[in-house]
Write a new protein. Structure first.
Lengths: 483, 444, 341
């Protein structure tokens, strides 16, 4: 749609609304105070303003030739809903009802209720306010989609319903980044940040991205199923932590570039005058922070989805912790996480060691510091791990270890307890949202009798919820196998 | 052991021949010196004789057997080569350096044995270096290094030693030491072929001298026959003077020194005993050529004019040409040519403006008509007391054109005394053509 | 006599170094992160002859000694000796104390070969084979290239070596550029860094055969190296065919270096500096210098590798230690003997 025309239409609508129902504008102030605690949106009796609202709605319903669907909405959300409705259905007005609605629009805690183990996602068109369809209706679905879409969001920004026109988000280098919402063109030059963007549901904002684990044929094919745009926006040739094609970036005209704090070309990119958002997510805490901030960047819906993931991540960790806490520290299995070479192991400071701990194990090489460490077999013999995990990248393979004669000094090798961490697209051991499945997978491996989680169930939930992708049974067979 | 070279020719690059038809012979115990200017082919000749280079034609014989038929090791057991002063990359001791002379006597995979050690002790003793044998070769003096290399040749047990400029860079006492050792060893039957820049060393020690110039043998024979003033002047383009043994009377030349041109005043013709006076006194015996030299602008033409005046006043017949400069203020912009007999004068050359004219030097463009005229003038000259040619230049010496009648005139010796102006840079060329000429400085 | 004493002192130094190598070899077997007593080591070593001795030894210790320590220690000795020997030989034939056997590009070629194999085929014996092959190819190219030009072949050869070396470095850089930063790139970087941690018996076979036979050949021509180091013309005048011998030595050294590099990755420094240390001990006479450098190289690399594998839980890169330990030792040697190079 032509934006200028769009704006003119909206402005005239606003003017009309202001003239015809100025009373409506006065309500929110005292409404807010009266419903701030113990609000139960399902109880229409609490909605003190309902009668007055009903009158105007019925009036409109009469004039409409046909009612598309009915909406029950919290009073102070009605203006926004009306604006969206008017815009989406070309000047029509929504029909608000008190019950029997097709669409429920209500305030909803933006942080997901922890009680829900696997949070359900709702359409958050504003901060703390979600749209929850009550009946199956194409119009309802389309309207909800529009409300959280870029166009819908832009409409709300321009009408002042959403925070704007600029807001600051602090990135992980403690730097304020001014954002002009809504973000439409974003480059992600850092594999994990791309995973963050996908898992908060903002993949449509990417114009080019570098991916984690999408170079191998399986990763690439799944990634294309998750996002059909993947082959077009895959930007590894131009953008990565090491390289940055300033010409290509300029051609894409991005509003924001996401990358790691340890990026080589930051100064070059500053020359373009493009806003840069930096990540430093190597620990569980900073990973959660990174996901939350990614959600914050793109708006209310992505914020809510980020919160949902964080809740899920914490729930999984708490669940395993609850089950494994009975095991004394020295009886927990010692897990060695190796790197791209068999004799390269993860240090205690690395995220892989956290995964091991969350899964109820102990990192055998936890005494090491820094990043990956090269060690020799004698050192590994001293650690004498119970289980060895190899990563799903860098040419690492279980065979390289179990077929080596020298490695037979380890019981774990002789008894075949060497496993490869799975991946669908992003490896499950890297600090990306997918790593929650790495924790599930490893805990199931380490404590099959204690843990009630199932890799398949969690993988199905995770990918459908956060990547909007129905994982196939074949893929489940691959990722949830323990060979 | 006798070494003989028959008609050697050699070229590194086809068409650029370094050695032309060189023959020589050295008998057991003889010392042959190879002298000649830089780039004359001395080192190349040594390499051919050592078998390091294969001559393009001709043959080197060792005891009447062609050198090419020798195995490398076999050859190295007969001929030793002592390179010019060099410093190896590694600090071998004197002893280790001498030991390398045993290489041709040892098998490929062999290392020196006790016998070899005894041989090199002997060699070191002969050259008097026994005390220094533990010292690094890189830290001893140049003379000692040269002695070390001689000892290496002795350890090689060879019959002929080729030495490339053994006395270069050595002080007087070291030069003496080396020459002494060479002579002593030659008395024991070792032959030497030595390249050198020192005719005096050759006079002192050589049995024969080979004078090599531009790859051609200019002279070959006993030192007193080869190292004459005329031959050395031809080869080196420098007037030399041979100093003879005077303590025990005449006969044996002792030293060759370069003779610097004297500065002569035209007036001194009158002065009895002066150079000019002698020249004119002796003119009746045989024609005398005098080359007048000096830097450009030193006044060579003025000097000639004065001489002409002087000679005319004494009633001598004067002929030839004078070439006074044409000046615009301070700058010489042209050269004219004047017939000394008729006084006729024409402009011969002008300062070069562009590339035109095929008769030109870097600075001057010559008028071909005037050049022809000058040549005609010179061609007409017959038998005069004093011939002046001012001057012979690069056209004549380097390109064989220009005042060639003048050159012919000098060669014909159709005069009693001739003064020919030649700039100093062309003097070697003039001396190669007329080695008997006297050289004086024409400065006023 | 002074001479007698000088020579016997050189012999004594060489003898001492041989004893030292053997001693260090045995001591190294008892060193490691995993606690194994010297007695156990001895019993494991003697168990092939007296099988009863090994009965009470834990399987882990036995395997560690035979499968981990022994090949690694042997490899360190062989590779160190190889670098010491070839470095000495190359310095002699190039008349240049600032070169080692890498001057003709063997390491760059091997690095490229390994990177190519890692990119195309993954892991296994192909890497070693490809590294070896391209090491030889680089030197052949440098040698062939220098033949295009007729005069001053030594200088041209050096120049060609440097050129071919940089050509292969560029090719390696190209491979690193196209390699997956998560996948192949770390493996290539790891290989190029050089390490002895992943030595196995299979990798040692070819290395041992080539190194030992190469060292024997170099040892046989050791005195000729003196003559060669004087330069082509002088060697020729002393009845040698320097071109032929030089070619043979280059082929031997290249085979040795390529087989070493293909096992260990790139280990610099040893081939360049060990010959100098040898010269400080026994002087430049290759009759003694070559065996001394071979022993010094073996001892030095074994020492370095012992520290690399035992000091910390993580392996210390060899490149870090060669400089940190080698340079002070070298300075001490330099101070002790101030004259002669």
């Amino acid at each position: 749609m032509n934006i200028k025309k769009f704006r003119i239409v909206i402005l005239s609508i606003i003017t009309i609304l202001l003239l015809t129902s100025c009373t409506n504008q006065l309500y929110p102030t005292d409404y807010q105070s009266s419903t701030s605690d113990g609000m139960d949106p399902t109880n229409p009796a609490q909605n003190v303003d309902a009668p007055l609202e009903d009158a105007t709605d019925e009036e409109r319903a009469e004039t409409a030739e046909e009612v598309r669907f009915t909406i029950r909405a919290d009073e102070q959300l009605k203006p926004a809903v009306s604006q969206l409705y008017d815009s989406f259905f070309d000047g029509e007005s929504p029909v608000f009802v008190d019950d029997g609605e097709d669409l429920l629009v209500k305030r909803w805690p933006s942080a997901m209720e922890k009680l829900e183990f696997r949070p359900t996602l709702h359409a958050f068109f504003m901060y703390g306010a979600a749209m929850i369809p009550q009946t199956q209706n194409e119009d309802v679905e389309a309207f909800v989609d529009f409300s959280v879409s870029l166009d819908g969001q832009e409409l709300l920004f321009e009408n002042g319903e959403l925070m704007g026109p600029q807001y600051a988000v602090i990135d992980q280098t403690e730097t304020d980044r001014l954002i002009n919402p809504p973000l439409r063109r974003v480059i992600s030059a850092y594999g994990p940040s791309t995973a963050f963007v996908y898992s908060v549901g903002a993949a449509d904002r990417l114009v080019s991205a570098s991916y984690l684990g999408a170079r191998d044929p399986l990763g690439a094919s799944v990634m294309e199923k998750i996002d059909p745009r993947f082959p077009d926006i895959m930007g590894d040739d131009y953008f990565s932590q090491e390289d940055f094609s300033i010409e290509q970036a300029a051609a894409l005209d991005p509003e924001l570039i996401l990358t790691s704090a340890r990026t080589a070309w930051l100064d070059t990119a500053q020359e373009l005058g493009i806003q840069i958002f930096l990540y430093d997510a190597e620990t569980p805490e900073s990973l959660k922070e990174a996901v939350a901030k990614t959600g914050e960047l793109f708006g209310p819906n992505t914020s809510a989805q980020a919160s949902a993931w964080i809740a899920y991540y914490e729930n999984i960790i708490d669940e395993i912790e609850a089950k494994t806490s009975i095991i004394p520290e020295d009886e927990r299995p010692r897990v060695l996480f190796t790197g791209t070479q068999p004799l390269r192991v993860a240090s205690g400071e690395m995220y892989q060691s956290r995964i091991i701990e969350y899964a109820g194990g102990i990192s055998a090489s936890g005494e090491l510091q820094g990043y990956w460490n090269d060690v020799n077999l004698e050192q590994i013999a001293i650690w004498d791990p119970d289980v060895i995990i190899v990563p799903p990248y860098g040419g690492a393979s279980v065979e390289a270890i179990i077929e080596s004669e020298a490695w037979q000094i380890l019981d774990a090798v002789q008894e075949g307890r060497v496993y490869q961490m799975p991946k669908l697209v992003a490896p499950w051991d890297t600090p990306a949202p997918d790593s929650v499945l790495g924790i599930v997978w490893l805990s199931e491996l380490l404590h099959p009798n204690l843990i009630e989680l199932a890799c398949e169930q969690e993988a199905e939930y995770f990918y459908s919820t956060f990547y909007d992708y129905q994982i196939t049974q074949e893929e489940l067979d691959i990722v949830c196998e323990y060979d | 052991m006798e070494v003989r070279a028959d008609h050697l020719s050699f070229a590194y690059i086809q068409g650029k021949t370094i050695l032309h038809d060189v023959s020589l012979e050295v008998k057991a115990g003889e010392i042959l010196y190879v002298l000649g200017p830089n780039g004359g082919g001395k080192s190349t000749l040594l390499s051919c004789l050592a078998g390091l280079l294969q001559p393009d034609s001709g043959e080197v014989y060792l005891a009447e057997k062609p050198l090419a038929e020798f195995e490398a090791a076999e050859r190295a057991r007969l001929i030793g080569m002592i390179p010019q002063m060099h410093v190896p990359s590694f600090a071998y001791t004197v002893e280790e350096m001498v030991m390398m002379g045993r290489a041709p006597h040892l098998g490929w995979l062999e290392s020196p044995s006790r016998v070899d050690y005894e041989i090199i002790q002997n060699a070191l003793e002969q050259v008097g270096l026994l005390e220094l044998k533990g010292r690094p070769y890189t830290e001893i003096s140049g003379g000692e290094r040269q002695l070390t290399l001689i000892a290496r040749g002795l350890a090689q047990n060879c019959q002929i030693l080729l030495m490339d400029e053994p006395s270069a860079h050595l002080d007087l006492s070291n030069q003496y030491r080396i020459l002494e050792i060479i002579q002593q060893l030659s008395h024991r039957g070792l032959s030497f072929i030595i390249t050198s820049h020192s005719p005096n060393d050759a006079l002192a020690t050589a049995d024969r001298v080979l004078l090599l110039n531009n790859g051609w043998v200019t002279a070959y024979g006993p030192p007193d026959e080869v190292l004459t003033e005329a031959l050395l002047s031809t080869v080196y383009g420098v007037r030399t003077e041979v100093i003879y043994e005077t303590i025990r009377g005449l006969g044996k030349p002792r030293a060759v020194v370069p003779r610097r041109p004297e500065t002569v005043d035209p007036q001194s013709m009158e002065k009895e005993g002066s150079l000019l006076w002698e020249v004119f006194e002796k003119r009746h015996k045989q024609p005398q050529l005098i080359l007048v030299t000096g830097m450009s602008g030193a006044g060579k033409t003025s000097w000639c004019s004065r001489l002409v005046n002087q000679a005319r006043s004494r009633g001598m017949s004067v002929d030839g040409i004078l070439a006074p400069g044409i000046f615009e203020g301070q700058h010489k912009t042209g050269i004219s040519v004047r017939n000394l007999k008729t006084g006729e004068e024409k402009q011969l050359a002008k300062l070069r403006q562009d590339d035109s004219g095929d008769i030109s030097t870097p600075r001057w463009t010559f008028n071909p008509d005037v050049l022809d005229w000058a040549n005609d003038q010179l061609g007409e000259i017959r038998d005069c007391d004093l011939l002046i040619i001012d001057e012979l230049g690069p056209l004549e010496f380097l390109r064989g054109e220009g005042l060639m009648e003048g050159v012919d005139l000098i060669d014909r010796q159709d005069f009693k005394t001739a003064f020919v102006v030649v700039r100093s840079s062309l003097l070697p060329n003039a001396l190669q053509r007329w080695p008997d000429a006297l050289v004086i400085n024409g400065r006023v | 006599m002074i001479k007698q004493r000088l020579i016997s002192s050189k012999r004594a130094i060489l003898g001492l170094l041989i004893v030292l190598s053997a001693g260090l070899f045995l001591v190294s077997l008892t060193l490691g992160r995993y606690p194994i007593t010297p007695g156990e080591v001895l019993r494991v070593l003697l168990s092939p002859i007296f099988p009863r001795l090994a009965v009470e030894i834990p399987e882990v210790s036995r395997r560690l000694i035979l499968l981990v320590r022994l090949p690694r220690i042997l490899a360190a000795l062989l590779i160190g000796a190889s670098f010491g020997g070839t470095g000495t030989a190359f310095q002699a034939i190039f008349k240049n104390p600032l070169v080692d056997s890498n001057i003709l590009g063997v390491t760059s070629g091997a690095g490229f070969g390994a990177a190519l194999a890692l990119l195309l085929m993954g892991t296994g014996w192909q890497i070693q084979f490809s590294a070896f092959l391209f090491g030889l190819a680089a030197v052949s190219l440098a040698f062939g290239g220098s033949r295009l030009y007729k005069t001053t072949p030594l200088l041209v050869l050096t120049l060609m070596g440097i050129l071919i070396g940089s050509l292969f470095s560029s090719l390696t850089a190209l491979i690193k550029y196209v390699a997956d930063p998560l996948d192949t790139l770390p493996a290539i970087t790891f290989w190029l860094l050089g390490s002895l941690a992943s030595i196995t018996w299979e990798k040692i076979g070819l290395l041992a055969v080539i190194t030992v036979s190469g060292l024997i050949l170099l040892w046989l021509v050791r005195w000729r190296l003196n003559v060669l180091s004087l330069g082509e013309v002088e060697a020729q005048s002393l009845g040698m065919n320097p071109t032929q011998l030089k070619l043979i030595i280059i082929i031997i050294s290249t085979l040795m270096t390529a087989s070493a590099v293909s096992v260990s990755g790139v280990i610099g420094w040893v081939g360049l500096v060990i010959p100098h240390a040898g010269r400080l001990l026994v002087g430049p006479d290759h009759k003694y210098l070559l065996p001394v450098s071979v022993n010094l190289g073996g001892i030095f690399l074994l020492l370095i590798d012992n520290i690399a594998r035992t000091l910390l839980p993580g392996e210390i890169p060899l490149g870090v230690l060669t400089g940190l330990i080698g340079v002070p030792i070298f300075i001490v040697l330099l101070r002790r003997k101030q004259t002669g190079w």
